[in-house]
Ligand binder design. Structure first.
Ligand SMILES: [Zn+2]
Length: 217
């Protein structure tokens, strides 16, 4: 294993523990991957990833066509979801998928999150839409997610959870948490009143900041 792959595996271990400590994932669900720079390859967490004590040796190195290059364990069953994005978007370097509870509660209503906070415009480029249902483990899940994501960096997967793509792992970790917080606020607010969105004309400047810094298109 060369140094570059070793570092990427360590990055997956770091992100695994981060999202576990932030209560965004339970052991055995969700998945994280990273692109191997300059190659048609990625490294992904294994099936039933142990987020509490991940070890680099458990991470699986694959080609973007799905062939295993190296790994002691089975790759995550959502590998094809990740491959769809790396193949379609050259600026996506990292991906995180979770079943965090508030985001998942919107997913079972097939609902996205409208633009309710400015952070959503700056970091995500706008709302978080909900993609059409497709069975987990299928390439169709990735296709629906890619189509629905548009020019932005996140979607909710119907009856499933969240998907965030980005240029860096730190961004994906933070944005997975941001989406869960926005989902929580939105779900809680829905119990008592109608939701006021940020007016369209006020959204433009924030969106430009997203395009400058975080866009992966
Ligand atoms: Zn999942």
């Amino acid at each position: 294993m060369n140094n570059q792959i070793k570092q990427l595996k360590e990055q997956l271990c770091w992100a695994s523990q981060e999202i576990y400590q932030r209560n965004l994932v339970n052991v055995g669900e969700g998945n994280i991957s990273v692109r191997v720079n300059g190659k048609k390859e990625m490294v992904i967490t294994p099936s039933r990833n142990d987020y509490r004590k991940p070890i680099p040796e458990d991470m699986v190195h694959l080609t973007l066509s799905g062939k295993i290059i190296e790994g002691n364990k089975k790759p995550s069953s959502e590998s094809s979801l990740h491959r769809v994005f790396y193949n379609a978007r050259s600026n996506v370097n990292c991906i995180i998928h979770t079943h965090s509870p508030y985001t998942s509660s919107l997913s079972i209503q097939h609902k996205g999150i409208p633009v309710i906070f400015e952070e959503m415009l700056i970091f995500l480029g706008g709302s978080v839409p909900c993609a059409k249902y497709a069975m987990s483990g299928t390439a169709k899940l990735g296709k629906n997610a890619l189509e629905t994501m548009g020019n932005q960096n996140a979607v909710i997967l119907a009856n499933h959870g969240s998907l965030v793509v980005g240029k860096t792992m730190e961004y994906c970790v933070n944005i997975t948490q941001l989406i869960e917080k926005m989902a929580k606020i939105y779900v809680l607010a829905n119990y008592s009143s109608d939701i006021k969105k940020i007016p369209e004309e006020k959204q433009v400047d924030f969106r430009l900041r997203f395009v400058d810094e975080f866009s992966t298109v």
